[in-house]
Design a protein around this ligand. Structure first.
Ligand code: B16
Ligand code: MG
Length: 208
């Protein structure tokens, strides 16, 4: 039986995936190439430096690691600038309903995010009080698709991976959930072949 639910942050709880995209697109433009929404799919759930590597590959560019640190910092500064203006309005549909209903059912609730900006996002959106455990890019060393972030979430909740379900909007995150032995639920309009279930939004979760 499922005892715990672990939620990805960007793209699942809050609509911040679009700001990541805007910031990466801005960086690509500055480097002289176009970066499409389709190109951006591969970056979802992926760590900041790994995302930069994918972006540079798409643009056919290579840089030394010092320069890459500089570019990643630049992207992050733009992203953080966008985050300054977000409010509870950025919380996606059915999120607070879902969290409240799961809590009433006795399910433990965790966040499992790759983002180092998780504390800022939670502060702006006032979501932190809903969760028992928060695992983010500041306390993990291995990026999704490694299951580390979700295994730490399950451990924090006190349940084995098999008793947890993971809500994700990225391919890397679904692979991480599968590797952790969890039930993987993909949130998206396209389908994700590796996910145990695919839903287009959280209200659909309650219909099945
Ligand atoms: P940061 P998630 C991920 O968050 C994003 O999906 C991904 O696009 C981003 O590169 C990564 O966090 C790192 O974020 O640069 O803020 O540390 O989807 O795992 O909640
Ligand atoms: Mg995500």
């Amino acid at each position: 039986r499922i005892q715990g639910a672990i939620f990805d942050l960007d793209g699942v709880l809050v609509d911040t995936a679009k700001y990541h995209y805007l910031a990466w697109k801005r960086l690509a433009a500055e480097l002289g190439f176009d970066f499409t929404e389709k190109d951006n799919e591969a970056l979802k759930g992926v760590s900041r430096m790994a995302s930069l590597d994918l972006l540079l590959k798409a643009g056919g560019l290579t840089f030394c690691s010092e320069k890459k640190e500089e570019l990643a910092a630049k992207k992050n500064a733009w992203y953080v600038e966008y985050l300054q203006q977000i409010t509870e309005d950025e919380v996606l549909d059915y999120v607070t309903d879902t969290l409240t209903r799961l809590r009433r059912l006795g399910i433990g609730l965790a966040i499992g995010s790759a983002s180092k900006n998780t504390p800022l996002i939670l502060e702006k959106t006032k979501l932190a009080p809903y969760f028992d455990v928060i695992i983010d890019g500041n306390c993990t060393s291995k990026a999704k698709p490694d299951p580390e972030v979700f295994l730490l979430g399950a451990k924090g909740l006190g349940y084995p991976g098999e008793e947890c379900m993971v809500f994700e909007d990225s391919e890397a995150g679904i692979l991480a959930a599968n590797a952790g032995g969890m039930v993987s639920i993909y949130l998206g309009t396209s389908s994700c072949a590796d996910a145990d279930f695919t839903i287009s939004n959280l209200s659909e979760f309650w219909e099945t």
